[in-house]
Structures are given as structure tokens and as C-alpha cells.
Design a protein around this ligand. Sequence first.
Ligand code: FMN
Length: 88
Amino acid sequence: MSKNLVLYFSVYGTAKLTAEEIAKQTGADLVEIEPVIPYDSDRNHYNALARYAKKEHDEDMRPEIKNVISIENYDNIFIGYPSYKKVL
Ligand SMILES: Cc1cc2nc3c(=O)[nH]c(=O)nc-3n(C[C@H](O)[C@H](O)[C@H](O)COP(=O)(O)O)c2cc1C
């Protein structure tokens, strides 16, 4: 049987819920990608967060993550994160 991994990053919880459902349906291990410096999850600050996310994207920044994640023993890896669509 193939071994599945669901890796996800989520600020407001949408990707987390989706990741949990995919893990449930596929029998996958579930691992959260946790940044060392957490993102502000207050929705009132969304515009500032989106501006910062655009800067990270444009400058190809690679924020440090807390956990070491080994992917070599998996056949299938699902990756979920907040979608990036150019709005700013
Ligand atoms: C860091 C971050 C950046 C985002 N950037 C965009 C964007 O550029 N364009 C867009 O349409 N939505 C953007 N969103 C909105 C997300 O797609 C939407 O809020 C999604 O539900 C976030 O996933 P989450 O609930 O798992 O954090 C962004 C959300 C986050 C957290």
C-alpha cells in the first residue's frame, strides 16, 4: 500500500481543515508546516499580511520553519497552503 503525507501551512484554518479531510480520506500522515515567526492571524490585519506575503513571494524569501520534515519515505505528498493570486 502506498504511503501518503499531507503537508500543510495555514493561517486562518482553511488549508488546515482541507488537509485534515484529505488525510482522513487517504489514510495519510498529517504534518503542519510551522514558521518560527508566526503570521498574524487577526483578520482585521489581512491587508498588511497580504502585503507581507507579496513581499515574501516577490523577493523569493524562505522563512525559517520550526519542524524538520522528512519526506523521503512517502509515495504521495499533498501540499496545502493559502493560495496566492495577484491581487495587490
Ligand atoms: C499569507 C496569506 C497570503 C494571502 N495572499 C492572497 C493573495 O495574494 N490573493 C488572494 O486572493 N488571497 C490571498 N490570501 C487569502 C487566502 O487564500 C484565504 O484567506 C485562505 O482562506 C487562507 O488559507 P488559510 O485559512 O488556510 O490560512 C492570503 C492568505 C494568507 C494567509
